[in-house]
Design a protein around this ligand. Structure first.
Ligand SMILES: C[S@@+](CC[C@H](N)C(=O)[O-])C[C@H]1O[C@@H](n2cnc3c(N)ncnc32)[C@H](O)[C@@H]1O
Length: 682
């Protein structure tokens, strides 16, 4: 529900947050804002000495972050946002700017400097309004401001300092503390906006929106010269125009000309007065808002929701009443377009979707054939050399390498009069070769060998509403794990590798999503290789974790132990539907409930509920379906084709848990593969 009338001004717009900070995300989500997250690639390396004040530095960093995303999206994402929000939070004390600590010693230096003193927290915020013009140029209009909050720390003893540092909390936070969690205990008083210290000055932001959308008379017409307005500590500037040709050069041979007549206001066109002429054609489909519509060049279908606004769209309009299965009457506005030509944005989007499977398969194949591993060991090989090493045809290898370059997985360099040579991009170095700490190689193999065959029977899965193991692999899966994954050693290892790779990438985000310091014993049910358990003990020095999984899994777990084994992690073999559960005050269920239908979920939750005393908790790590992103929706299809279970929404999980005495639920969107959900036994 949108609570804030100012925030609601943004409904129907493509709003982008140029920050991956889970705290900013939560503040804005809680305020009812619908947005996409596109973390900025801007490196925070501005020379602080060049700024007259710390706040100028924070504002400039916020500006650069937002502008980088605003400029990148039309090219890389093939869509132009309406608004990009950038923010940067810094802490200043004794004339020094403190950002995020680089290691524990750095955190110690920062926190001991703050001990017993008052300091300032500044968040610089930049709002970039993007106006697409008819000639495909984009105007960027910038509003920036900052907010200052004063915070006084108590005197911190050495013990307190180190205990806090060892909790792991300081590491990704400006000034080395998080006021919203454990760090709150260090604070004596706060003067000013508390959320500003958390990472985003919501109140000031809403005031700015109010100025922009309700009061500010600035226009973004093409003819506007540079506009400079000052509101409090804010600042508005028409920055630049950028030409955005979204099709690659070879595709532009039949130009499609947009005229004022074939442009009309879209549901996302709730723009500042005067900017209507910059709106896109309604044929551009966008995601991420409640009033999201799927629009094609022929019809535009808009379910009437609270955000439905009357639209003037070229062509004949009529309303089509339809009954839902629950007997509610919904009206669809159907608009006939008289387009004579296909729109290039439509085509680009459709081509991307149609080609998605080719891109996936190119990635899977290169990964399976060891291309990324090879180029990690031997960068700079040409196609013939790669072909020889991976035992493949030169012609085929050239095609595969070229595809990987186009997908941003490899870089190629032409040596004069020689064949191009190849190396991994940073992305491939981080995630695609098998020995990198965050390698997704295991999961990619699972996608190729298991999910790909299952998805080739998606139509049957949709018609029947069941998983497709029998069609894809000739074997019915009564119990997904025992019947499919664990009756063959190499399939079992591949599955465990797949789970391990995602758990390693997402484990820290899950382990640190909530303050778990009061839980000393945890049990990770279906904890597989222990990857999440190790992250939990790393983040919580006083916690010990029992990984409980089927005997077939536990017998293989030692293959996945980290080099420095941690005796606070132990493994117990058993069946969580039948056997007694190990005693613990925190139960972890990471990607467990989504494997099962409600009946089985209740069996498991009842056992957990019975084992828990009041104050104990359940920590879920799942992909929540709320606010459906393409990732969560496709993950829903994945569960349909693969399991008896399903992905669920936050409230579905809360309902399931409430039947077993769990409440006080909290959710953190980690922006990683899995979201975190905590519920406490009442
Ligand atoms: C989808 S995997 C998730 C693994 C791990 N929690 C993670 O997120 O990486 C499901 C896990 O549940 C385990 N499992 C399935 N049925 C089980 C049962 N009846 N008892 C105990 N563990 C089970 C599987 O062996 C597997 O490790």
């Amino acid at each position: 529900m949108v609570l804030n009338p100012v925030i609601s001004k943004l409904s129907g717009k493509l709003v982008v947050l140029a920050s991956a900070s889970p705290r900013r995300l939560e503040i804005l989500r809680n305020a009812g804002l619908r947005f996409e997250v596109v973390p900025s690639w801007f490196k925070e390396t501005l020379d602080k000495r060049l700024f007259k004040s710390p706040q100028e530095y924070a504002v400039e960093t916020a500006k650069q972050k937002a502008l980088e995303v605003a400029r990148r999206m039309p090219f890389k994402h093939l869509k132009t946002p309406d608004i990009v929000i950038g923010a940067d939070t810094i802490v200043t004390v004794d004339g020094l700017i403190l950002e995020k600590p680089v290691d524990k010693d750095d955190a110690y230096r920062m926190l001991s400097r703050l001990s017993g003193k008052e300091h300032s927290v500044f968040t610089g915020v930049a709002i970039v309004l993007c106006h697409e013009k008819e000639n495909e140029e984009i105007d960027y209009q910038l509003i920036d401001f900052y907010e200052e909050t004063k915070v006084k720390f108590a005197d911190l003893s050495e013990d307190m300092l180190w205990e806090y540092i060892n909790s792991g909390e300081p590491m990704d936070k400006a000034g080395g503390y998080g006021i919203q969690a454990l760090g709150g205990m260090l604070v004596e008083f706060v003067h000013g906006d508390f959320l500003n210290v958390v990472g985003f000055p919501l109140n000031h932001f809403c005031k700015q929106l109010d100025l922009i959308y309700n009061r500010c008379p600035f226009s973004s017409d093409e003819e506007s010269a540079s506009v400079e307005l000052h509101h409090n500590s804010s600042h508005t500037t028409l920055i630049e125009s950028q030409h955005s040709s979204k099709l690659p050069p070879q595709s532009t041979h039949s130009p499609i000309i947009f005229t004022k007549d074939n442009l009309s206001s879209s549901p996302r066109s709730n723009s500042p007065p005067g900017s209507q002429t910059h709106q896109k054609s309604p044929s551009v489909k966008r995601k991420g808002s409640e009033s999201e519509v799927g629009e094609s060049s022929r019809t535009l279908v808009n379910s009437l929701s609270k955000h439905t606004d009357k639209r003037e769209i070229q062509g004949s309009n009529h309303t089509l009443p339809t009954m839902t299965s629950r007997g509610q009457l919904i009206e669809f506005n159907v608009t006939e377009h008289e387009d004579s030509e296909p729109k290039k944005e439509d085509l680009q989007q459709i081509i991307q979707l149609m080609d998605g499977f080719k891109a996936s398969k190119a990635l899977f194949t290169a990964s399976k054939m060891g291309v990324f591993d090879l180029l990690q060991r031997k960068p700079g090989l040409d196609a013939a050399q790669v072909a020889q090493e991976i035992k493949a045809a030169v012609k085929g290898t050239e095609g595969l390498l070229g595809a990987c370059v186009s997908l941003g997985l490899l870089q190629s360099k032409e040596k004069s009069s020689q064949r191009p040579v190849y190396k991994n991009t940073d992305l491939a170095t981080r995630y695609l070769w098998s020995d990198s700490p965050f390698s997704l190689h295991g999961y990619i193999q699972h996608c190729n060998e298991t999910l790909w065959p299952l998805f080739s029977h998606l139509e049957s899965a949709v018609r029947e509403g069941t998983n497709q193991h029998e069609r894809a692999f000739g074997k019915k899966a009564n119990d997904l794990f025992q019947d499919t994954y664990y009756n063959n050693q190499s399939v079992k290892l591949r599955f465990m590798n797949a789970m391990h790779s995602i758990a390693k990438v997402t484990g820290k985000a899950v382990a640190t999503a909530f303050d778990l310091s009061s839980y000393k014993t945890a049990c990770d049910l279906g904890g597989c290789t222990g990857a999440i358990a190790y992250e939990l003990t790393k983040a919580h020095p006083e916690m010990s974790v029992t990984v409980f999984d089927l005997p077939e899994v536990v017998e293989m777990s030692e293959h996945f132990h980290p080099s420095h084994t941690d005796n606070r992690v132990s493994f117990v073999a058993g069946d969580f539907f039948k056997d007694e559960l190990p005693k613990a005050d925190l139960y972890i269920l990471a990607r467990i409930l989504h494997d099962w239908p409600d009946e089985k979920v209740h069996i498991l939750l009842k056992k957990i509920g019975d084992a828990c005393t009041p104050g104990c908790a359940v920590l879920l790590a799942e992909t929540m379906l709320d606010g459906q992103t393409a990732y969560s929706a496709l993950q829903g299809l994945n569960m349909l084709a693969q399991t008896e279970g399903m992905e669920r929404t936050e409230s579905q999980y809360a309902d399931l848990l409430s039947k077993h005495g769990f409440g006080d639920t909290r959710v953190v969107r980690t922006m990683n593969f899995l979201d975190a959900f905590l519920a406490v036994k009442m």
